[in-house]
Design a protein around this ligand. Structure first.
Ligand SMILES: Nc1ncnc2c1ncn2[C@@H]1O[C@H](COP(=O)(O)OP(=O)(O)OP(=O)(O)O)[C@@H](O)[C@H]1O
Ligand SMILES: [Mg+2]
Length: 526
């Protein structure tokens, strides 16, 4: 095989029916660099890295993770009926003592790569039967993912999607209750399969940098990659900006390496973000299309918020088309332009793509208005970073005649830099704040709240006059509503559609939109 071919193409050609590396089941043939250590691997319809999800005949993949080592669950997986175990060659010391076991053992150079390869094989390589769009960036991934699927579907290319909020196969929608932006590879591949089986033409995949780094979206064979923006975030995981940027850029090198399915491969880049140059370089020779609020292939003029949302004129190569969206904020105009660019790159007419924006209903838990007839406005939004909070407050200010009240907190075991950042944004742009629990996890909840309070005070807020602390989130919402009067906006930030609050390791059921509705009904009756 010609060495000049890139790895993605070699692997694709081979598993499309070329000579297999091994005799044996399809999943085994799909693995790069695999070596059978013991036993005879059998066909399988199921693969997991979680021993609790092993069923009779499953493949179990032992991942040496950050908190737990999958190798210590191999015995449990075999006891639960796993027929094949995939282990990492360099972790021999952990798995060799278990040999010979009750299962076949296969060693690979990287178990996460193998997890995605085998999962794609078991699901029948769904990405090869779809146009696949990947969306990455610090903020706006979910909104842009939903927008792209909507614009593609409305212009005649039915699309499903996988986002941190929902999974859609193009026909029906399920809530993503996993607390994960990007699922593990077996779940990603299973969702792609569902999209193929539902007869959709495209899948749009929200790809977090952690998901990219951990090979969760390997084997997605991307045809389009979209970059929203890059601001400091998740530096606890990535270390520094450069490696964070590099993990986003991985989506674009995957795009360059993916097989050609006869669709116009395109890198869709935000002209207003300098990190786009890094994404452009990673995409190598793939065609690029830019979008942005200023100078770009697809741009916007005359952005004007109104009572129903935002109006603007979308412009592409000298063609101007009037656009309307119920979304608020300039950043959402950018998200709209990204979706238009994707649809146009796949053959949609520009005016049809722009017209499709009008019928986009919005994203659950993203700037979602909760209206129970109360005299003030209540908005639920996921904003949990400083730039996101600044953007949301900026978008809400013009339509708020009274006070801007924010209920917010910060998650434990996540980028600690977020805490003071988000508090600074609130102190700069809001009128009153209630600090509440978000997901403290194993951290001391009061210590997180103290940290936020200190940052609010440093930003010019005074406790009791400008903010209060109320760890219990239900009480926090109630106290915020009690303060609000006609013309005010109460922003409930940080949870969106998440279905729990994690305290310690316990997931306490929580649905911010439902709780807000319940409280507002109760309050308006009183
Ligand atoms: N293009 C954008 N630029 C900056 N902020 C944005 C942009 N789009 C959305 N936001 C704000 O960022 C927050 C998250 O939006 P969204 O859920 O779409 O992003 P995300 O990247 O999926 O986030 P997460 O990493 O939590 O999954 C919201 O508060 C939203 O208002
Ligand atoms: Mg998201």
């Amino acid at each position: 095989m010609a060495a000049a071919l890139n790895i993605g193409r070699v692997r694709y050609t081979r598993s499309m029916g070329g000579a297999g590396q091994h005799d044996g089941p399809g999943w085994l043939q799909s693995l790069s660099g695999a070596r059978i250590i013991a036993g005879t691997p059998a066909g399988a319809s199921d693969i997991t890295h979680d021993s609790r999800r092993v069923r009779a005949g499953s493949i179990f993949v032992a991942i040496p993770g950050a908190t737990a080592d999958g190798n210590s669950f191999i015995s449990a997986a075999m006891a639960a009926g796993a027929r094949s175990i995939i282990v990492q060659t360099d972790r021999r010391a952990s798995w060799a003592p278990l040999l010979p076991g009750d299962a076949a053992f296969v060693a690979v150079p990287d178990v996460r790569v193998a997890l995605a390869e085998a999962a794609a094989a078991i699901c029948g390589q769904p990405a090869r039967a779809l146009g696949v769009v990947g969306v990455t960036g610090t903020d706006g991934k979910t909104t842009t993912t939903h927008l792209i699927a909507h614009v593609l579907s409305t212009t005649g290319r039915r699309a499903g999607y996988l986002s941190s909020v929902e999974f859609s196969d193009g026909l029906s929608i399920e809530l993503n209750a996993s607390h994960m932006t990007t699922l593990e590879a077996p779940d990603v591949q299973r969702e792609l399969r569902r999209i193929v089986d539902a007869g959709a033409a495209y899948a749009v995949v929200e790809a977090s940098s952690i998901g990219l780094e951990l090979h969760r979206v390997d084997q997605c064979d991307f045809d389009v990659a979209v970059f929203t923006n890059l601001t400091p975030d998740h530096l606890d995981f990535h270390g520094d900006m450069e490696s964070y940027r590099a993990s986003k850029a991985k989506l674009f090198s995957m795009l360059a390496d993916s097989p050609d399915k006869g669709l116009p491969k395109t890198a869709v880049l935000n002209a207003d973000d300098p990190a786009s140059a890094v994404m452009r370089a990673a995409a190598r020779t793939v065609a690029a299309m830019t979008y942005g609020l200023h100078d770009a292939d697809v741009s916007a003029q005359g952005i004007a918020p109104d009572a129903e949302g935002t109006r603007f004129t979308a412009r592409m190569r000298g063609q101007d088309v009037g656009a309307r969206t119920r979304l608020l904020g300039d950043y959402n105009v950018a998200n709209c332009l990204a979706a238009v660019a994707v649809a146009v790159s796949q053959g949609a007419r520009f005016d049809a793509a722009v017209a499709a924006l009008d019928s986009f209903p919005g994203v659950p838990g993203r700037m979602e208005a909760i209206d129970e007839g109360q005299p003030y406005r209540v908005i639920v939004d996921i904003a949990s970073t400083e730039p996101a909070m600044r953007n949301v407050l900026r978008a809400l200010r013009p339509s708020t005649t009274g006070k801007l009240i924010v209920v917010f907190g910060a998650a434990g075991e996540r980028d600690v830099g977020r805490r003071s950042g988000i508090a600074r944004a609130v102190a700069d742009s809001a009128d009153f704040a209630v600090i509440a629990n978000e997901d403290p996890r194993s951290e001391d909840a009061d210590a997180i709240i103290d940290e936020i309070a200190r940052a609010l005070i440093a930003g010019g807020f005074t406790e009791r006059r400008d903010f209060i602390r109320e760890p219990d989130r239900r009480t926090a919402l109630r106290r915020a509503f009690k303060r609000a009067t006609a013309g005010d906006t109460v922003l409930l930030a940080g949870k969106g559609t998440e279905q729990s609050i994690v305290i310690g390791t316990t997931h306490h059921p929580w649905d911010e939109r439902r709780v807000a509705r319940e409280l507002l009904r109760g309050i308006s009756v009183v």
